[in-house]
Design a protein around this ligand. Sequence first.
Ligand SMILES: Nc1ncnc2c1ncn2[C@@H]1O[C@H](COP(=O)(O)OP(=O)(O)OP(=O)(O)O)[C@@H](O)[C@H]1O
Ligand code: SF4
Ligand SMILES: [Mg+2]
Length: 336
Amino acid sequence: MTNSLLEVRDLRTDFLLKSGRLRVVDGVSLTVEPGQALAIVGESGSGKSITMRSVMRVLPKTARIAGGSVRLDGRELTELPERQMRQVRGRQIGMVFQNAMEALNPTLTLERQLTEHLSWHGICGKAEARRRAIETLGDVGIPEPEKRIRTYPFQLSGGMRQRAMIAMAMVARPSLLIADEPTTAVDVTVQRQILDLLAEFKARGTGIVMITHDLGVARYFCDDAVVMYAGRIVERAPVRELLARPSHPYSTGLFRSTIEVGGRDRALAPIPGAPPDLAQRPPGCAFHPRCERAESVCRENEQMLLPLTVNGVSRGTSGRPGAVREAACWKVAAHG
Ligand SMILES: Nc1ncnc2c1ncn2[C@@H]1O[C@H](COP(=O)(O)OP(=O)(O)OP(=O)(O)O)[C@@H](O)[C@H]1O
Ligand code: SF4
Ligand SMILES: [Mg+2]
């Protein structure tokens, strides 16, 4: 059997706080194949960014990977020495961060940043690096790239800065791109252009993980989706199946307004109540204090992701090979 491009198994990440260890990623498993896009959705604080930062191993100083496995093309990343991990970052995995300025150095021109990135990775010499940097700026839709390459990030508009960040992530042609809310800070026209650009990378075989609050973006761009709640995946499905027929009560609540208005380009709607304080994770199913369908058994039993089946036949995957439909709720796993 061939390896997946990205295979994350039972990943756990903790923050080491004065008050003790706080688990914010709790047993996350996911896979991404070349040329496929996976959406990660969930309310603010559910652990989307920390999950993918754990994959990249770009975590705040107080965070530690506590267990699990991250394989890129079959190679384990969690145990790689930091020196080798630096080679993986940028070269094999590109990341578009939630905050554009985190990826761009405000004191260096785009030329310095892009060319140093390529030469640091030993990908090519100076002249070739300059040529590739200009080409990539052109690819991401920055006009007059030969001229713009001499500008500093602060001289660019929000949309152009976002493109420059995508250029940084893609200049080394990584096989996996992690995009954390890549279109949140830009207007609708630029959003469409950025998605078209990412779609081109995808068509060329780049695997993409897209963290987004925007269900329209997920539907337009992604193949599969996972829904996160309190550091865990509570539902996994092909994205269209998930948005048309969410199963887990959390997903149903999250997507309700989308379904009621016909499902076009709506952001996530708030669910009554608030996500739990992770230091005081509710016992059993962590969603039970907010769940309309909760029963006493939900407070007592942890919920595992289970395949959704009807009479033993896998449900709601449109028959796509490799597609999986799972939910972490005994009610829907048992009865649909
Ligand atoms: N530096 C930190 N120290 C302590 N806890 C943190 C830190 N950064 C994040 N957290 C906690 O980790 C959890 C997951 O955060 P994360 O940033 O992954 O959420 P998210 O799903 O990406 O949210 P958003 O949609 O707002 O970006 C949250 O509960 C958050 O409070
Ligand atoms: S396990 Fe119970 S509380 Fe959790 S989502 Fe299902 S019905 Fe709701
Ligand atoms: Mg985030």
